[in-house]
Design a protein around this ligand. Sequence first.
Ligand code: ADP
Ligand code: MG
Length: 604
Amino acid sequence: MIRILEPRLANQIAAGEVVERPSSVVKEAVENSLDAGATRIDIDVEAGGSRLLRIRDNGTGMGESDLALSMARHATSKIDSIEDLEAVASLGFRGEALASIASVSRLALTSNTRGDSAHGQQALCEGREMSVSVRPAPHPRGTTVEVRDLFYNTPARRKFLRTEKTEFGHVHEVIKRQALSRPDVAFSVRHNGKQTLQLNAAMAESERTRRIATICGREFAEHTVAIERQAGPLRLWGWVAEPTFSRSQADLQYFFVNGRVIRDKLVSHAIRQAYRDVLFHGRHPAFVLFLELDPAGVDVNVHPTKHEVRFRDSRGVHDFLFGTLSRALADVRPGQAAAVMSQADSDTGALQSSMGLAVGGSPSFAAGNMGAASGGDRSWPASGAGGFQSSPFQPHSTVPQPEFTDGTADIPPLGFAVAQLHGVYILAENQQGLVLVDMHAAHERITYERLKQARDGSGITRQPLLVPLTLAVSNREAAIATEQAEELAALGVLVEAVGEESVICRELPAALKDADAELLVRDVLSDLLEFGTSDRIASSLDELLSTMACHGSVRANRRLTLPEMNALLRDMEETERSGQCNHGRPTWVQLGMTDLDKLFLRGR
Ligand code: ADP
Ligand code: MG
């Protein structure tokens, strides 16, 4: 027998998707506050949120009839038509959050649209029919959402709640994301009566920077590269961490699309690809990035919690993200002002961490202060094929000689070598103080970048396979092999579909003749399907060059002359990504005079 479910039960079922835990309530309520134009949001949490969640805002508020309606399912003030949905600029639009929350908790909404607090109203929702009663209750302009005893009537859900601490951690994380995306809004959070977060509205650039540092940590703020790029309808801005500031977990990754925090495979792929060549194996990049585009270019209605989106031009978005970020990361090298956010005062924290400040790219270098042009007299071979010169450290004819008189004018970013330590490190003096360079790591990167350049200049050489490789694939993969044949050929992969579910590969890049051809072709096709592009070939080729560079680079325990060391320093200044070796380890460290003074407890 078919029956229409009673409202509360129907809403509880919907709540299954939208209200997973206390933090979901906070996410929905804060989004509503932001949609209502709030400039200050106060959040009170008790017992991890399972006893009480109170979200108070100073937004537009709701009048009596809206208040009664707001808790009904499919009740929203944000869209009217499917056209509205396609261009939606508000965070909410599904009209189900309050109804869902009301069905699994004791919910009270108190609101006022006027400045005069005597005119407030409170709405409560009861019974299986979820009937709403409204009565007068004083409240300043804005809205307070009070959620008590979450999941009291859905024991199965309640059982899944973790400890207070864990649940509050989730709540905190949700608020951090919202606070990152809306620096203009003040947030305050209390747990069991204790203030845990207080963020004033940040208008000036320096205040925004401080908010980033508060939320993501000072270390992050001090090791970032600022991003800002507009290309056609896409704009990307925000901060990415220098490769040497990486994380063991993907826990410092915030990506917003039109102000909405999202998790998206395409986005993570593009970012990972941009970091591919510079990140230590197994580490995760850190970033806070905002992508803005015409709302019509992105479908936000693909998931009830709106954590996922679908881009109309996914290939374009991928390329734009990858291109912008890899460009920015390539410039992480001595002499490029990478970190621009070291606003926080620098004398808190241990000496250890303050020494870490300048690893592989110091904020204290001035932008554009690159080493003197070396007249193109490259000292080591650009092509790996013929092996490496036995003494790669030929000084450039134009290497400037050390000269520290009053020491401001022509000192290159990495300064001038003064000594070599145990055949491993170069010690150099620059304007800030002491520079330490891992000479093998640095040389490896330089060699690697040259090899890549040489390859990119001459294109990828293909080589026929001795025995053409026939592969069973899905029909979508076979179709993409035909559609993107030209693209694949440019990557060095000659494949064609033979039949609906089979492809034949005849040629591969010559340099990859020893690779697992089947795996490579499969991976490339599945990348093309999923992301519209593939970097497998490039990354396999890079790996090969990286190994060659590693073997061809100067080993430890090689005695170098000062001119040889200076030549290496100048090359580092000119080489992209030279802040990290091929494996993502830092190549150089700056110890400023203040760092040194601290070591000796010497006040200045
Ligand atoms: P949606 O946000 O998708 O519209 P909700 O169930 O979250 O659906 O909210 C329903 C409606 O209640 C909103 O469209 C809005 O008009 C109103 N509302 C909810 N919270 C607030 C608030 N804090 N301030 C003003 N209006 C609110
Ligand atoms: Mg909402």
